[in-house]
Design a protein. Structure first.
Length: 120
């Protein structure tokens, strides 16, 4: 290999990272402020918060985590109607794990969460 071809190779190798960096996508925009979050996000956070108010047994917690994992796996790459159906199934499964008292407490906590996030 001649000195010239070695220098050309070195120049190409050194220029490659610069060319690759120039083609990187622009930085993502800053996240929206908390009050501008979509309503569905507030709903889900309220749902989780309402679940956290319950005194769940370790077995109930394990089962609900399992349901959530199954839902996440089923939703991977799924279309919107499938995700909605998976959500309904998840809510039915969670309700089936709760005692009647816990279901009543959950509904009350959920109503409180929804009232707190409702537009004024």
């Amino acid at each position: 290999m001649s000195i010239r071809s070695g220098l050309i190779t070195l120049a190409v190798v050194l220029a490659f990272p610069l060319a690759a960096a120039a083609q990187d996508a622009p930085a993502a925009p800053a996240p929206a402020p908390a009050q501008a979050q979509p309503a569905h996000r507030a709903h889900h956070n309220g749902w989780r918060a309402a679940l956290r108010t319950l005194a769940l047994t370790p077995d109930q917690q394990r089962q609900i985590r399992g349901f959530a994992h199954q839902r996440t796996m089923a939703n991977a790459g799924a279309d919107a109607p499938t995700r909605r159906a998976n959500g309904k199934l998840f809510r039915r499964e969670v309700a089936g794990v709760l005692t009647p008292e816990q279901r009543a407490q959950f509904r009350a906590a959920l109503a409180q969460q929804r009232a707190a996030t409702a537009p004024q």
